[in-house]
Design a protein around this ligand. Structure first.
Ligand code: XIL
Length: 314
């Protein structure tokens, strides 16, 4: 039978999903994952507040469980994420010295990458470092506040030294069309390339709203590919008001199809990852009140119209 993973594989792409370790014991969750998907991204388990909740004391147990599940099913693994202002323990946010913070950041990157060495397909080295207007995100971002603009390149240099074979990504949201934020990230990529700062990939989260896929989605992916990086769709979901209307579910199918077709049309787009398997466990209702139904399987693991649209677009 055709699955998301097999259809994507026929086009040379991986079709992944975010996975939460605490759901792997649910048989329908695990069987849908194992049947349909060829890639996983730990939804929270590799983030700093989980992996180094207190300084120098690392815990990779829940991430290890996802990694071993993925490996035993021959799935690719995206490492998410090494440096991010959010889900960051307060002991890090409270560091006041820039040199200490740089040391702590580098130690975190090196220790986590060493632990997973050889097992990760692409790493999200830095996540969400820009504002929508293209400026650097400084609010609540201790790295920007204390280290300044250079924290991003420092993180990539450290990551490359920790594992020279690892593919390194910058990942962000609201970058899915040509806009001030994606312009700024493209300029950063071009600057890194011109100065020899290692970067291999840009991840487009693509947390989208039904009926609002940017018309220049494919053109945007292509201009990053032209700058010499791989592009990946890393956290795709397309939300709508709940309960979902059948008209919105049809529109969502059209929207998913546009995103998948765009990736397939760009040869350097090698991954489409949705941010969860089932609507039942999606992060959307907890974050965007009154919104949900953003994924390919409904609360009961039934395939939605968007599922069939994705298969057809692949
Ligand atoms: C979300 C997870 O899905 C939630 O479970 C968690 O409570 C908050 O983070 N951008 C990212 C992801 O890069 O890590 C976020 O994941 C969603 C937005």
């Amino acid at each position: 039978d055709t699955t998301l993973g097999s259809a994507a594989a026929a086009k040379g792409r991986v079709f992944g999903t975010a996975v939460a370790n605490n759901h792997l014991s649910e048989s329908q969750y695990a069987s849908t994952l194992d049947t349909e998907f060829t890639g996983v991204t730990p939804e929270n388990e590799m983030k700093w507040d989980t992996t180094e909740s207190s300084q120098g004391s690392f815990n990779f147990s829940s991430a290890d469980a996802i990694v071993s599940h993925a490996q035993s099913h021959n799935m690719k693994i995206r490492g998410h994420t090494l440096v991010w202002y959010s889900q960051l323990p307060s002991w890090v946010s409270n560091i006041s010295s820039s040199s200490t913070l740089l040391q702590v950041m580098n130690n975190h990157i090196t220790t986590e990458m060493n632990h997973f060495k050889g097992k990760i397909w692409y790493w999200d080295v830095v996540n969400e470092a820009f504002n929508d207007d293209g400026s650097r995100r400084s609010t609540n971002n201790v790295f920007q506040q204390k280290i300044g603009n250079s924290y991003i390149e420092q993180a990539f240099i450290t990551a490359h030294a920790a594992d020279p074979n690892a593919k390194l990504c910058y990942n962000d949201y609201n970058t899915d069309g040509i806009n001030a934020k994606s312009n700024a990230i493209l300029a950063m990529v071009q600057d890194f390339k011109s100065r020899g700062i290692p970067i291999d990939c840009v991840g487009f989260q693509s947390h989208l709203i039904v009926g609002q896929v940017p018309s220049d989605y494919q053109a945007n992916l292509q201009r990053f590919a032209n700058a010499g990086v791989d592009v990946q769709i890393t956290e795709l979901d397309i939300r709508m008001p709940t309960p979902a209307s059948s008209a919105n579910l049809q529109q969502q199918a059209t929207d998913y199809s546009k995103v998948v077709s765009a990736c397939v049309a760009v040869s350097r787009c090698n991954d489409i990852t949705v941010w969860g398997i089932t609507d039942k466990y999606s992060w959307v209702p907890n974050t965007f009140s009154g919104q949900g139904a953003a994924l390919l399987f409904d609360d009961n693991y039934n395939k939605k119209p968007a599922y069939n649209a994705v298969i057809q677009a692949l």
